[in-house]
Design a protein around this ligand. Structure first.
Ligand code: HEC
Length: 121
């Protein structure tokens, strides 16, 4: 019994010590590949190679777009409704037609993974 209690105390310490890391699970290779293709097709011309930005749109791999500042919901809205210019001077983002709800989720996973790899969170 005492051993079990000790393990439980240790486990709860590990979980509370690193909340974000514990929540993030890297997507599988197939999802990332699909996300990359969708991104190249619909987002790259403004947001640049691997989310690095262009003269038509901001970098998405940027601390402004940290998951705590711009939740996944803000990504869904940006694609479905467009985004009014407020952080930068590139102008408004138009809504992006032809991207399904499922594809948006894959895109979010791809972009969050780029952010994770760049140490944004
Ligand atoms: C025609 C250019 C263009 C395309 C294509 C484009 N964006 Fe954007 N996007 C912008 C601009 C410009 C902004 C910055 C608005 C601002 O000043 O905050 C932006 C902002 C965003 C934001 C932040 C929204 C917010 O709430 O601040 C997200 C998320 C985003 N884009 C995701 C995407 C995704 C995903 C795609 C592809 C499906 C995409 N964008 C395609 C131009 C574009």
């Amino acid at each position: 019994m005492r051993k079990i209690a000790a393990i439980m105390i240790f486990a709860s310490f590990v979980i509370t010590a690193s909340p974000l890391q514990a929540e993030y699970a890297a997507p599988d290779a197939e999802t990332l590949k699909k996300g990359e293709l969708l991104y190249k097709h619909s987002c790259l011309k403004c947001h640049g190679e691997k989310g690095s930005g262009t003269e038509s749109g901001p970098p998405l791999v940027h601390k402004i777009y940290h998951p705590n500042h711009h939740s996944d919901m803000s990504f869904r809205w940006a694609v479905q409704r467009g985004a009014r210019s407020h952080h930068w001077t590139f102008g408004n983002m138009p809504k992006i037609d032809g991207v399904s709800d499922d594809e948006i989720e894959v895109l979010i996973k791809y972009i969050r993974n780029l952010q994770k790899e760049a140490g944004i969170f």
